[in-house]
Design a protein around this ligand. Structure first.
Ligand code: EPU
Length: 419
């Protein structure tokens, strides 16, 4: 398994280009199953999670071609079964359920298990499919969906922790080919949901309200092929903003949508960092004495759970006491014990991390447990004394395109050791 060595203490300066959004691209690629005609998706990042999704689509019978960020998918004839060995590598494989049910009125997809960031149920996805008239069964580890017909309905997708992103995507993708009107109440309003809705509308769907808590979908008999460019990855962008904050210097992000990063920009400014917002650009300058902050993760437009670990890394080296409460995935704190091995002073009280900033952390061998936790360890290592050895780097390759190269371009010293 590859590992990354981060040599701490090198200031970051310069420009970094933000890649296309992983969490937008995954459901958008799955949505191409909704039509027999070709779809062309651009700004698709080169990530292992994207590779898994393309393998699933190929397994389902789609013809997939890929060249430098552009993916062409033609799903003329499709199968409706995605077995365990092909979907187990990635939880987001559940987002083929909606398109398969919508187009073929049936789907069998291996049920995703939990993962290190916590229990990841799909009860809300099933609630939505059932509201449209599908019957669902869990059999031999698979979710089986079947519908004689799909009829529009009103469904509330609010769960204990708020709305569900992929659940909203899934129900939207099934409902576009249902008869009549579907209303999703308590829908997720993340920019990735809006991006998917825009793509579906280009394919001939009739969706209104994406980006609000109420999405209205007028079913149509069929969809056609379309072209679409995936939005920039707000979490990748946020991670580089935090890198700029943690290491001082002057870092400019290109091809970013600053409107998607409001909560993070507010938090960093509150801590004292200067952030300039341009047209498709963001620039952060270091601050000699940033102040601690209090954060709570929330559904969009609140502070994103996918930036919580990276902020833990930053605040661990910000003098004073910061507090972060995690309300979306209350157990998503695997990075804390690894940051503590590097000298961070963090105590956990239920779903809240109390972070006492230390002057300096020190490099250590650490274990990446999930995607954002591994990014946090790399960020902490940028400033720590000595060398941080991040193991199980495959987690980071799931969601960050060439993170070592991009940070090195900014002046970091990161080496990737091939296994
Ligand atoms: N939930 C339920 N029932 C469901 C679905 C979700 O109770 O049927 C709960 C979850 O357990 C969680 C909350 O609802 O407590 C929100 O989960 P959500 O369904 O919104 O998560 P997701 O759609 O599975 C996406 C992203 C995650 C991101 C979350 C929250 C993709 C591929 N994944 O997951 O991204 O953390 O939304 O914003 O879009 C990442 O990129 O590192 C990542 C984990």
């Amino acid at each position: 398994m590859d590992k990354i060595l981060v040599h701490g203490g090198h200031p970051l300066n310069g420009t970094v280009r933000v890649s296309g959004s992983k969490n937008s691209a995954l459901p958008i690629l799955a949505a191409a199953l909704l039509t027999r005609q070709p779809c062309v998706i651009s700004n698709v990042p080169d990530l292992s999670d994207i590779n898994y999704m393309l393998q699933i689509l190929s397994h389902l019978g789609a013809h997939v071609e890929r060249a430098s960020g552009v993916v062409r998918i033609e799903a003329e004839k499709i199968k409706t079964e995605a077995p365990y060995d092909i979907v187990r590598k990635m939880r987001a494989s559940v987002c083929v359920l909606g398109p398969l049910l919508g187009r073929e009125r049936e789907a069998t997809v291996s049920l995703p298990g939990g993962c290190v960031i916590g229990d990841r149920p799909i009860d809300l996805h099933l609630k939505g499919f059932e509201a449209l008239g599908a019957v669902s069964r869990i059999e031999h580890g698979n979710v089986k969906l079947f519908a004689k017909e799909l009829r529009g309905a009103t469904v509330n997708l609010r769960g204990k922790q708020g709305p569900t992103v992929l659940g909203t995507d899934n129900v939207m993708m099934a409902a576009v080919l249902a008869e009549g009107t579907t209303v999703i109440e308590s829908a997720a309003a993340e920019p990735e949901v809006v991006d998917l809705a825009n793509f579906l509308n280009k394919m001939g769907a009739k969706i209104e309200g994406a980006g609000t808590r109420r999405i209205v979908i007028e079913g149509v008999p069929e969809l056609h092929g379309a072209e679409h460019e995936v939005i920039p990855d707000r979490i990748e962008a946020g991670t580089y903003l935090v890198a700029g904050a943690i290491m001082g210097g002057d870092v400019m992000l290109r091809r970013v949508d600053p409107t998607h990063l409001g909560a993070l920009i507010d938090a960093l400014r509150q801590s004292g960092y200067e952030i300039e917002i341009g047209k498709g650009t963001l620039r952060i300058k270091g601050h000699p004495s940033p102040t601690p902050v209090q954060l709570t993760t929330e559904p969009y437009p609140g502070f994103p759970t996918d930036m919580q670990a990276q902020m833990c890394a930053l605040l661990s080296q910000t003098s004073g006491i910061s507090v972060i409460s995690e309300t979306i995935f209350p157990q998503r704190f695997m990075h804390v014990s690894e940051l503590k091995r590097m000298g961070a002073d963090i105590s956990l009280d239920g779903h809240t991390a109390i972070i006492k900033g230390v002057e300096k952390m020190s490099g250590a061998p650490v274990m990446a447990s999930d995607l954002r936790a591994s990014a946090a360890l790399v960020l902490a290592g940028l400033r720590a004394d000595g060398v941080t050895e991040v193991n199980r780097v495959y987690h980071i390759d799931r969601g960050y395109e060439s993170i070592d190269e991009k940070l090195n371009q900014l002046g970091a010293r990161i080496e990737r050791m091939k296994a």
